[in-house]
Write a protein that binds this ligand. Sequence first.
Ligand code: NI
Length: 263
Amino acid sequence: MAIRRIRVFPDPILRKKCRVVRRVDDKIRDLAADMIETLDAAGGIGLAANQVGALQRVVTIHMLGEESAEVLVNPEIRATEGEREIIEGCLSFPGYEGLVKRAISVKARWLDENGSKMTVTAEELYAQAIEHEIDHLNGILYVDHLLAHQKLVAAGSLKREDEPHMHDVELEIHTDHSDDDEVEPDESGIEIVESTIKFSDLYSDSSISQMQYDLRSAGYVVDDPEPEHDTGHQHHGQAGHEQVESDDPHLNGGVLLDPEHRH
Ligand code: NI
């Protein structure tokens, strides 16, 4: 198993349609194992094969609180029900999130890593992850679903405590270079494990700065007309993306996974 470099917007492979897997064999299982390792290292919920450079219809999903990740080969949505607005993020847009419309529940089917047929009715975050990842396999990105007049904002800006949400990863400046995992109790007394991983294991610095440049050029992100660096609070609806600026000397310090994604 190995961690694979995650491709970020606007890498053209993210717009490619992945090929149907003809046989679930060891090659597919190896790919899936790498994807799970990468997904877990990034603290994400879902990853599609083209995000790590493989054009196969393979997805891994690791739901919060679940011990192991799921492998979805050739996943298909059979039916959807309802509609809701929801916060979403993506490992190929590290540090950002946006508001999109997704189904309330989906019926889906796929093959697992042994080639067995699976049929699932999924709701909430699980349904959202399945829709998001199948989109990836078809070259569709969540920015294609952004609600009218919505822009991407810094991950965490839209967060609401009482709502399930999905940002695959949150980047925060982490100046502690220690590799040790820390365990801290939160206000509810639940122990949270904070992992520090090397940012450079997951992303190339040049691709991150290219992403930030292209997101602005494409109008997905707006530059804050009046940056409020000293207010100490995150303001909503405007770019708070300073925290992932590539020229920030702290960026190489690593990725601080949002503890909320760990329970
Ligand atoms: Ni994604």
